[in-house]
Design a protein around this ligand. Structure first.
Ligand code: MN
Length: 285
């Protein structure tokens, strides 16, 4: 079996989003505009309420999925159709924006730690204008395993015998949160052609000869498995993979389509109050 090698290391850059939320962005920056099927990865990681309290008031999305995974703190999701979700520590949320959603993502706390991730996953052309959907995943429904020095939370895809509650048939999405003891190896088979990355968010990891410090993302080559070694105490990382969609990506802010004309249409629809075509459905787990 061939282990995947690192083809690029992308350091996260601090950017301000929403109404003034400080996030660390890796995918979606100049050195790595996207990583098909992934469009953006933001990490929020702060103890300072000034960094997050303004939240993400009403804003639109069209043409892709947003996936949010929370480590600490609470975020309330509310959309223009009065669907509501409370995202808590260890929980996740999958939102298919499809033809259009206007929603807000607002912190429900005024103090304390706020940590988590938002990942954008593209939709294929034939699904960009389909009705939106939500999947709200409670922390307790995310399976965990602890063996050989690795504690693994399985949010999407399979790990050993465990199956994560989130699934995306378009990309066969895999999302693992791995805490690894210093010096231990974590070896995980992956579909050979899947796009895959590792994002280290605590401690440090090594993949082959490459060292990944906190807030660094490693884009992996194709291959049948990945081997990650922890090289510090308290090491924790995301292992994420998905099948590339292989279509043109034209992005303008919160709209991700295949052509410029479709972006123009999204902007016109938003301006004319026609972005939201269909009532979203919400599923609780
Ligand atoms: Mn949003």
């Amino acid at each position: 079996m061939t282990s995947r090698t690192v083809v690029q290391i992308v350091p996260a850059q601090e950017v301000t989003e929403g109404a003034g939320v400080r996030v660390f962005r890796s995918i979606g920056t100049l050195p790595r505009r996207n990583l098909d099927p992934f469009l953006m990865l933001d990490q929020f990681n702060t103890d300072n309420p000034d960094d997050y309290i303004a939240g993400f008031p009403d804003h639109p999305h069209r043409g892709f999925n947003t996936f949010t995974y929370m480590l600490d703190g609470h975020m309330r999701h509310r959309d223009s159709m009065n669907n509501q979700g409370d995202l808590g520590p260890g929980g996740a949320q999958w939102m298919k924006a499809g033809s259009g959603v206007i929603h807000s993502e607002m912190p429900q706390q005024e103090s304390g730690r706020m940590r988590g991730f938002q990942l954008w996953i593209n939709l294929p052309a034939d699904q960009k204008m389909t009705p939106p959907e939500y999947q709200d995943v409670r922390a307790r429904s995310i399976p965990e395993s602890a063996e050989n020095g690795a504690a693994v939370r399985v949010i999407a895809g399979n790990f050993n015998h465990l199956q994560g509650p989130v699934s995306d048939p378009n990309t066969a999405f895999i999302f693992l949160d791995v805490t690894l003891e210093n010096g231990k190896n974590f070896v995980q088979p992956l579909p050979e052609a899947h796009t895959a990355f590792v994002y280290t968010f605590e401690g440090a990891t090594r993949i082959g000869e490459h060292l990944l410090n906190e807030r660094q993302l490693a884009v992996l080559d194709k291959g049948e498995r990945v081997t990650v070694t922890a090289s510090k105490d308290h090491t924790r990382f995301l292992l994420v993979a998905g099948r590339a969609i292989g279509e043109p990506i034209v992005q303008y802010g919160p709209f991700v389509m295949n052509t410029r004309d479709e972006i123009e249409q999204a902007l016109a629809d938003f301006r004319d109050g026609k972005l939201v075509l269909t009532k979203a459905t919400m599923v609780n787990y």
